[in-house]
Design a protein around this ligand. Structure first.
Ligand code: CA
Ligand code: CA
Ligand code: CU
Length: 312
């Protein structure tokens, strides 16, 4: 069973009025939003859970179709053949054979990271998993409400203090980005999906570890005027929302592990720090992990693009 928590119907304050480092992200304004009750994954979907889906359906991910995905440079051995790097973000290397099953390149195996979040999954891949599991992706508002854990306008899912009483609360990049990671929080790459203390709603690792796809199309200011009741984002767009930041976030560059932070990527993009958690309506029972459902999605072919500047 995939483990979901119930979030009661109610209002919360979404976004922030604090000026951010990346104004074009559209984190503001802070606004009251009403959500009907829903359920959301306690953790991101794990490699073990994604493997059950693939075994059941034979699903082929976008990274497998394209033959490559983006891997952070420190995971590649010194003698790894030269690969194309992303111009604006040279720590991302295009690695052939990097897939959900080989997360840090063809020399690595997801079996060794069984309880870690699945990565190298596109938005389309996430939707396919959800449809198989009888679930869906959370809307951006649902994700943020759940990630805030019942706290109002705090910087992180646990409060304003990054390390309360010296306690490590999340997995980000520690050291000098992008070349020296001390791993002081215990992890250079992904952590177990249930690592660290959960927030007030019982969710693990909304901050850091892996980015998480949401349902909505991205727009920097559509939400200034859209509905405040069960918002689902713009009707069309180019990129889909990602929330929560990853093990590569660092204050010197990308501080998007804050709970109001947001960014986006093309729906067929993938990388080694991007996964998802599922959501469902409250009256939907927790989805069984193996139910023989066929998975069907409609796919829009797009250009599989680079990682945009300013993101880690
Ligand atoms: Ca770390
Ligand atoms: Ca996360
Ligand atoms: Cu970041």
């Amino acid at each position: 069973m995939l483990d979901l928590v119930d979030i009661a119907s109610g209002e919360f304050t979404m976004g922030t009025n604090e000026p951010g480092r990346w104004p074009s992200d559209g984190e503001g304004p802070a606004r009251r939003v009403h959500l009907d009750a829903y359920r959301i994954g306690r953790t991101a979907v794990t490699n073990t859970e994604f493997a059950v889906f693939v075994d059941d359906t034979g699903y082929v991910t976008d990274a497998e179709r394209f033959g490559w995905s983006f891997v952070f440079h420190l995971f590649l051995p010194d003698d790894f053949p030269d690969t194309r790097a992303v111009a604006a973000t040279p720590w991302w290397r295009q690695v052939h054979g990097a897939t959900w099953d080989h997360p840090n390149g063809p020399h690595t195996d997801a079996d060794d990271l069984a309880d870690h979040p699945v990565v190298h999954v596109s938005w389309h891949d996430a939707i396919a998993f959800c449809s198989w599991a009888g679930a869906r992706l959370p809307t951006e508002a649902e994700w943020e409400c759940a990630a805030r854990g019942g706290l109002d306008q705090r910087r992180y899912p646990w409060g304003d203090d990054f390390a309360p009483d010296g306690t490590t609360m999340c997995n980000i990049f520690e050291g000098d980005f992008p070349d020296h990671n001390t791993g002081a929080d215990g992890y250079i790459g992904t952590a177990r999906a249930d690592a660290y203390a959960p927030n007030g709603h019982g969710l693990h690792n909304t901050a850091g570890n892996v980015w998480e796809w949401c349902h909505d199309w991205f727009h920097p200011d559509f939400h200034r005027t859209e509905t405040r009741t069960n918002p689902t984002g713009p009707p069309t767009g180019r990129n889909r929302i990602m929330r929560g930041g990853s093990y590569l976030c660092h204050d010197s560059y990308c501080d998007r592990y804050r709970v109001a932070a947001r960014t986006s990527n093309e729906p067929d993009a993938s990388s080694g720090n991007l996964g998802f958690r599922i959501a469902a309506l409250l009256d939907t029972p927790p989805p069984p992990l193996q139910n023989g459902q066929q998975c069907s999605t409609t796919r829009q072919e797009g250009v599989r693009s680079n990682i945009s500047e300013g993101r880690a």
